[in-house]
Ligand binder design. Structure first.
Ligand code: FE2
Length: 207
């Protein structure tokens, strides 16, 4: 099993929003951290509200990177309980297959994205189960560990954007989120192209 750490794109300017859709998202996640109940459901609902806002991101937060998918820190919890990022996926950019060292949630803002879902075999390798298209508004939550093993990316020709919340402070978001896994080689195409809905939805937000 190979363990690697993904690098994070550092934003040129980092401001902690106290208002607007990012501020509201941060406040909802903070409240969910403090209160009992289904944290995952609360995080997903908050993300779904956030990605419904057409003006959620500024132009700098929509910038792609030709060297790999770009991560823009949108909010850092002052108590280091979580960090919110926008990930901009250029055409053909994908993450490696990975599990997570911490809880995580994401929602698609501008897409679609492609997500391959894996299971972990007894030797700890990742085995692909299916690939799904995640359209704008889609959200999910997973706990730390092997609960979610996946590979996200953009198979389209235009940039796509997802909003992620990770259960670590900003100082650890580059080193303590993704746990990259080796993938079982599959000679034949075993992926179940189980697309959501009929065809990919058009991007929700104009650039
Ligand atoms: Fe992930």
């Amino acid at each position: 099993m190979a363990l690697q750490q993904l690098q994070v794109e550092q934003p040129a300017v980092f401001d902690v929003p106290r208002s607007g859709a990012i501020g509201a998202l941060a406040a909802e996640i903070s409240m969910a951290c403090e209160n009992e109940g289904d944290f995952g459901a609360k995080a997903r609902a908050a993300l779904e509200r956030a990605v419904a806002c057409s003006d959620l991101l500024g132009s700098a937060q929509r910038q792609a990177c030709c060297d790999g998918y770009a991560r823009h820190v949108l909010y850092s919890d002052p108590l280091s309980r979580f960090t919110i990022l926008a990930i901009v996926w250029g055409a053909g950019q994908f993450s490696p297959a990975h599990a997570h060292h911490t809880w995580c949630a994401y929602a698609v803002y501008d897409g679609p994205l492609h997500e391959t879902v894996y299971t972990s075999d007894p030797s700890g390798l990742a085995k692909a189960v299916c690939t799904k298209v995640r359209n704008p508004g889609y959200s999910c939550f997973a706990g730390a560990g092997l609960e979610q093993i996946h590979r996200l990316g953009n198979a389209g020709t235009m940039p796509a954007i997802s909003i992620h919340v990770y259960g670590v402070g900003r100082e650890r978001v580059a080193t303590h989120v993704n746990r990259v896994l080796e993938v079982v080689e599959q000679k034949d195409s075993l992926l179940d192209q189980d697309y959501e809905g009929a065809g990919a939805a058009p991007a929700r937000h104009a650039r």
